[in-house]
Design a protein around this ligand. Structure first.
Ligand code: BES
Ligand code: MN
Ligand code: ZN
Length: 487
């Protein structure tokens, strides 16, 4: 999508998008002579400017210009701007229109709201048609250009310096999450990210199976051993901050397919487990965004990439593995594999890079989806300041978080009679015991937060910045979080 900003509406052919408040004078004055007729058309469609509602009309003597009215309720904040643009793009994407002009003139949208409208327009237009070889022309996207009018002088700069990069990062995450597991597996995940990192200044380092074995990553490798796909540890560095300053570490669960292993999952819905790499996808997308916009911070992104398969060589329930930390784990359930991957990633990043803090993202537990649904990811943290920074970044970015508890009594539930811990607790509080497991791998009081994004990586329905499917959750959150550490 080409995004433009302008002071005035351009000449030529385009669909005009106008916001309408629910508490104002109805159809905007900018319509001039057409205002009355449009107001009547809107009324006939029972349109009253409610947030996210729309009405159609056609302007000019020959009815030659499509007009789309989009309700914004009683707000002109960034959220309202995103909803306006996302709604408009969803309506016009395959409409036959090639250019949409969103005219904000006369509304008090600030520059950041106008830039966020551009972001939402770009995000909502994303789709992946690579495998649709028989798509009818009529169903193909036509909209190629969005112009935001009247957003103020700073909007274009904000878009260019910040949100265009964020949009590119979200697009990478959506692509990685959408691709099936025969296309994206540990090795190809790495090459896809490498191709995306070209020219951004991201430094990439990759560890293969033997290298991880040498480091003693017995938990991660135990998960990988049932698959013919070799595991990888993908390390992405962005050094935009002060030289030598300890980095912010972002860690991602990258299970490119989760069958459950020998503790195999039921067939119904198992195809969803292609997106069990959503945490790693979010970290890769965020690193791309941070590099593209030249973030003034040192950030290291690390993805633990494995495939969890049943096999003659797969690990068995009851196996005991030794993690890189030296702690041992009794693998009660091979389907609780995400924590086995992340624990070794946590140890590696702490011992190798001494980060100032670490945040992991993981589609870790079905229990998280049961408790928070698809509206909030859960955040577990050993540090209130870090939790507060992430919660605030969530509110700012729209990638929402809700804090969850940690505590000694939960930790007791994963004690094992044979090893230092077992990899599952009881069914009750399943997301919390998973987080307790990870907390056992935090060293030297490093501030740490775990984001369980199981309900957020994939959406069962369309929303403002995505259609049904991959959401790109986490990229905007991490971008905003890191922005809080920049000068
Ligand atoms: N990847 C799943 C969690 C998941 C489930 C994510 C549904 C998204 C939607 C994870 O590896 C898993 O299988 N967790 C188990 C843990 C259990 C065996 C303790 C679960 O949640 O059932
Ligand atoms: Mn699993
Ligand atoms: Zn999993």
């Amino acid at each position: 999508m080409q995004i433009h900003f302008a002071e005035q509406r351009p000449a030529g052919d385009y669909a005009l998008v106008l916001p309408v408040r629910s508490d104002g004078d109805g159809v905007p004055e900018v319509l001039g002579a057409d205002r009355e007729a449009v107001a009547a058309a809107a009324k006939r469609q029972r349109f009253a400017g409610e947030s996210g509602s729309t009405a159609d009309a056609y302007l000019g003597a020959d009815g030659g210009r499509r007009l789309l009215l989009v309700g914004i309720g009683d707000k002109t904040d960034v959220k309202a701007a995103e909803k306006l643009a996302g709604t408009a793009v969803a309506r016009l994407l395959t409409s036959g229109e090639t250019h949409a002009v969103i005219d904000l003139s006369g509304f008090d949208f600030a520059a950041d709201a106008a830039a966020r409208a551009a972001l939402a327009a770009e995000l909502r237009a994303w789709r992946y048609d690579r495998y649709r070889t028989r798509l009818k022309d009529k169903h193909k996207p036509t909209l190629a250009r969005v112009t935001i009018v009247g957003g103020g002088k700073d909007a274009a700069a904000l878009w260019k310096q910040r949100f265009a990069a964020v949009a590119a990062g979200v697009a990478l995450t959506k692509e990685l999450v959408t691709e099936p597991a025969n296309i994206i597996y540990p090795e190809s995940f790495v090459s896809r990210v490498k191709a995306n990192a070209e020219g951004t200044g991201l430094e990439i380092e990759v560890l293969n199976g033997p290298a991880m074995a040498k480091l003693g990553m017995g938990a991660l490798l135990g998960v990988a051993q049932g698959s013919v796909r070799e595991p990888r540890l993908l390390v992405m560095r962005w050094n935009g901050g002060a030289k030598g300053e300890a980095p912010i570490a972002l860690l991602g669960k990258g299970v490119t397919f989760d069958t459950g292993g020998i503790s195999i999952k039921p067939a119904l819905g198992m195809e969803a487990m292609k997106w069990d790499m959503g945490g790693a996808g979010a970290v890769a997308g965020a690193m791309k965004a941070l590099a593209m916009r030249g973030a003034k911070a040192n950030v290291i992104g690390v993805c633990g990439l494995v495939e969890n398969m049943p096999d003659g060589n797969a690990q068995r329930p009851g196996d005991v593995v030794t993690t890189m930390s030296g702690q041992t784990v009794e693998v009660i359930n091979t389907d609780a594999e995400g924590r086995l991957v992340l624990c070794d990633v946590m140890t590696w990043v702490q011992r190798t890079h001494k980060p100032r803090l670490m945040v992991d993202l993981a589609t870790l537990t079905g229990a998280m989806v049961i408790s928070l649904g698809h509206e909030y990811a859960g955040i577990f943290a050993n540090d209130d300041e870090l939790a507060g920074q992430l919660l605030a970044a969530g509110l700012d970015s729209g990638d929402l978080l809700w804090r969850q508890p940690l505590g000694e009594a939960y930790d007791r539930l994963i004690d094992s009679p044979i090893a230092d811990m077992k990899n599952v607790g009881p069914r009750e509080g399943g997301s919390i015991t998973a987080a307790q497991f990870l907390q056992r791998f935090v060293e030297d009081g490093t501030p740490w937060a775990h984001l369980d994004i199981a309900g957020m990586a994939w959406s069962p329905k369309d929303k403002t910045t995505f259609s049904k499917g991959a959401t790109g959750y986490g990229v905007r959150l991490l971008d905003q979080f890191v922005a809080g550490f920049e000068g």
